[in-house]
Every structure is written in structure tokens, then in C-alpha cells.
Design a protein around this ligand. Structure first.
Ligand SMILES: CC(=O)N[C@H]1[C@@H](OP(=O)(O)OP(=O)(O)OC[C@H]2O[C@@H](n3ccc(=O)[nH]c3=O)[C@H](O)[C@@H]2O)O[C@H](CO)[C@@H](O)[C@@H]1O
Ligand SMILES: C=C(OP(=O)(O)O)C(=O)O
Length: 419
């Protein structure tokens, strides 16, 4: 009988060693980046029904969260922990609906660039709210209630600003026309959820429209979509080792840009409705260079796929180009860590680099300086000679319930080490 390897969720450092090609089937967990706006949307919906909210977890159902109205109205909470995650910005519309004001520290998250908030402030201004920035963070104050459609065009396709525009429309009960939105899966699942709750949301590549419901429905149950980034990372891991693996739980459409990149490299991938099968057993590659350019345009390559693709490309012939101008600090995190494993990567600018493969990597001590850097290092460690020890696991765990465990399910040699 197959045994599930014990998870390493308490380890401070893990060791990765090369082994046989990864094989088998594994299912991804729900996506963090889709769950966070869904939670905020649930809170916003409850608030529009003039209640407070809190998140409860039913006993014995660890994968379910229930958003329930709180009993009493309290004063504006201090939220210092909001500084630890980028997605704390999703709370603002709910706070505005409940307290008329939101005061938050500047959002944290991965240190992969300046990660501005200016578009968020433009969204609030379009709704008649006031934004103020000071040394301790930012403050948004509700404007006088207004009616009528709010129309605005985003200067660029920020995912966060798209979601907060949608949530502010919900908490003000106003129709929205949002031009140049970010219609990524993490946004579309919020619109789907709102549609289930009676709202009328439509998404096209150039425009998102949202109209309030004639009557609100109370009990809605939403499912967090499977994590496309986790699926893509596992696909790169299987391909790196020349294995064959089936990764279940992410939607085919969400995987298309990653699948196109893998196929360009000559890796055989079948992208079914809810499962990705990667077959790199024959070891044949095209030798065609990869051009992995992170993009916010619809159908573009999500920036979060770039690091694991870079780890994969190190082992494949050709001169491969990578660019991430969305997160201008990413390469500054990732490249020095890959260099510790002996990777030769030429930086053409702070956001563009190229590498020629195949390269021979050698295990070393590395650090997950951001979520995707951590997962890329695990992929690289699967073929690096000797032992790769990975620290900074808090970052990795912020993004994935148990990525080492899933790799171990596919046969990876990963274990806990005492630093
Ligand atoms: C919690 C969450 O879901 N994080 C994701 C979110 O991050 P993030 O919130 O950073 O992503 P956005 O799409 O909103 O923004 C993209 C980039 O535009 C810049 N920007 C954004 C808004 C703004 O008002 N001003 C501004 O300058 C930031 O530098 C940001 O890095 O989307 C990224 C893809 O786009 C993903 O890689 C992150 O995993
Ligand atoms: C950048 C990421 O997360 P966050 O926005 O939470 O920092 C990420 O998920 O890769």
C-alpha cells in the first residue's frame, strides 16, 4: 500500500537531494491569491447587509472558512499585522463600509519591488473617498454617499486595484464600469462569487461591469480555485527531473501560458479540464530558446511562473530570456540564490536576464527570500549535485500549504535538517 510521506510543515530548514525522475499524481491546494480576495468579498457582502463580520472555522472542517456577522459594532481596529501581507489592501472596502474609515500600515508581502498603491487610491477617489498617506501607512475616508455608475479606466492592469474597485462597488451598492481591468482567474472567481450572490458581473478583456442585485441572497458557498502557481511549479519540477506526473486541481485555462512555455521547450504536456500531465521521460527537448516575459495583459505569463521556469530552463539547451518588470525586485532576490548553486545567469538590466543551458548545478545553502524564489530553489535543488539546504521556509509556507510534501509524494528526496 502506498504511504504518504510525513509532512515537513514544522521544519526550519529542508534538504533537497537529486533522485530518480519524479513520477505519480498529486493534487494542488486552493490558491492563496484567489482565497484572499474571496474572503474580502465575503466580508464586503456581509457588510452591505449592515453587519460586522468575523471568520470562523467549523470544527472538523479545516479547509472551510465561514464569514459570519459579528454582534456588536466596535471602533476602528488597529491592524498592525496587515503590514505582513500584501493582500491586506483587500480589507479596505469592508472597513469603509463598517467604520467609514480604513487605517492600515503599508502592505507587506514579498519584497520584490516597490509594490505601489497609487492605483488603489485612484479607485477610492473615483468612488468619492479620500486617501491620505503618512509615515505609518495610509488612510482612506468614505466620501458622502452617492449614487450612479462609477466609471474609471486603470492606467495599467493591476490585479489588486481591479479587485478593490469591484469590492468598493459592492460596499457602496453602485454599478461599476472598469476599463483596462486585470481579468485574471483570481479576479474572475470574485466576480463568479458575486454573481452567485445575485450581483451581475461581466468580464471582458477591456471592460469589467458590475451591477447590484435586485435582491441579495444570503447563504452563498464559494470554492477557492486550485492554485495555478503551485500546479505550474510542480509541472516544472517534474520536467526538470525528466519525469512523468499528473497534477490535479488547477483549471486548464489558467495554465495555458505556462503550458505554452513548457511545450516551446519540447516538454510534452496534456492540459485537461482539471489536470495537467507532464511527460519529460524521453528527455527530448526542442533546444528552442524560452522567452518568459511576465505580463499583466490577459493571457500573458503570470510573473509568479517565471522563477520555476528559470530553474527548469537551467537544465535545458538554448539561451533563454527572462523578464519581470512587474516585480522589479524579483531578480535581485532570485538570481543571487541560484548563483549559490553555481548557475550562470547574465543580467542585462535589473529586470531582464538570460542564461544558456544546460548547466550543471551543485547543492549549497540557499534562502527562500520570497515565495516564488523559495519554490524555484526547490525545483533547482532536485537536479543539483549533492545537497541543497533551503532556509526561509516561512516565505514558502505563506504561499503553499505544503509544497515539499507534494514533491515528496512524487518521489522527491526532501527531508528536514537541523540547522
Ligand atoms: C496577494 C496577491 O494576490 N499578490 C499577487 C498580486 O500582487 P500585487 O498586488 O503586487 O499585484 P498587482 O497586479 O496589483 O500589481 C502589479 C504591480 O504593479 C504595481 N502597482 C500595483 C498597484 C498600484 O496601485 N500601484 C502599483 O505600482 C506594483 O509594483 C505591483 O507589484 O498580483 C501579482 C500579479 O500581478 C502577483 O504576482 C502577486 O502574487
Ligand atoms: C508575491 C506574492 O505574494 P504577496 O503578494 O502576498 O507578496 C506571491 O504570491 O508570489
Amino acid at each position: 500500500m502506498p504511504t504518504t510521506p510525513p509532512s515537513l510543515t514544522a521544519a526550519e530548514v529542508i534538504a533537497v537531494r537529486p533522485g530518480p525522475p519524479l513520477t505519480g499524481t498529486v493534487a494542488v491546494d486552493g490558491s492563496k491569491n484567489a482565497a484572499l480576495p474571496l474572503l474580502a468579498a465575503a466580508a464586503a457582502l456581509d457588510l452591505i447587509q449592515q453587519a460586522g463580520w468575523h471568520v470562523a472555522q467549523p470544527v472538523g472542517e479545516p479547509t472551510t472558512a465561514v464569514i459570519v456577522p459579528a454582534e456588536s459594532r466596535r471602533s476602528l481596529p488597529e491592524l498592525p499585522t496587515a503590514a505582513h501581507i500584501r493582500a491586506s489592501y483587500y480589507l479596505v472596502p469592508a472597513l469603509l463600509a463598517r467604520y467609514g474609515e480604513a487605517r492600515l500600515p503599508g502592505p507587506g508581502g514579498c519584497r520584490i519591488g516597490a509594490r505601489g498603491m497609487d492605483l488603489h487610491f485612484k479607485v477610492y477617489e473615483a468612488f468619492g473617498d479620500r486617501s491620505l498617506v503618512d509615515d505609518s501607512g495610509y488612510r482612506i475616508e468614505s466620501g458622502t454617499p452617492r449614487t450612479g455608475t462609477v466609471s474609471l479606466v486603470l492606467p495599467f492592469r493591476s490585479r489588486g486595484a481591479t479587485v478593490v474597485a469591484i469590492l468598493r462597488a459592492v460596499t457602496t451598492g453602485r454599478p461599476l464600469r472598469l476599463g483596462e481591468p486585470n481579468p485574471s482567474p483570481e479576479v474572475l472567481c470574485v466576480l463568479d462569487a458575486l454573481n452567485q450572490a445575485g450581483w451581475e458581473g461581466r468580464a471582458g478583456e477591456r471592460l469589467i461591469t458590475l451591477s447590484p442585485p435586485c435582491s441579495a441572497s444570503n447563504d452563498t458557498e464559494w470554492v477557492v480555485p486550485g492554485d495555478k502557481v503551485e500546479a505550474g511549479t510542480l509541472a516544472c519540477a517534474v520536467a526538470t527531473t525528466g519525469g512523468i506526473g499528473r497534477i490535479e486541481g488547477a483549471q486548464a485555462e489558467d495554465m495555458s501560458p505556462l503550458v505554452a512555455a513548457l511545450r516551446r521547450l519540447g516538454i510534452s504536456v496534456s492540459n485537461e479540464a482539471n489536470a495537467l500531465t507532464v511527460n519529460a521521460e524521453d528527455g527530448r527537448t526542442t533546444g528552442r530558446p524560452l522567452r518568459a516575459i511576465a505580463s499583466l495583459i490577459p493571457g500573458g505569463l503570470d510573473a509568479d511562473f517565471e522563477p520555476p521556469l528559470m530553474a527548469l530552463a537551467l537544465g535545458l539547451p538554448g539561451t533563454h530570456l527572462f523578464a519581470d518588470s512587474i516585480n522589479p525586485g524579483r531578480h535581485g532576490n532570485l538570481l543571487p540564490q541560484l548563483a549559490r548553486l553555481g548557475a550562470g545567469i547574465e543580467e542585462m538590466s535589473p529586470t531582464e536576464c538570460r542564461l544558456t543551458g544546460p548547466q550543471h548545478l551543485i547543492g549549497a545553502g540557499v534562502e527562500a527570500t520570497d515565495i516564488r524564489t523559495g519554490s524555484a530553489l526547490m525545483v533547482a535543488g532536485l537536479t543539483a549535485q549533492g545537497v541543497t539546504t533551503l532556509g526561509g521556509l516561512d516565505q514558502l509556507r505563506r504561499g503553499h500549504a505544503d509544497l515539499p510534501g507534494k514533491l515528496r509524494t512524487l518521489g522527491a528526496d526532501i527531508c528536514e535538517v537541523t540547522p
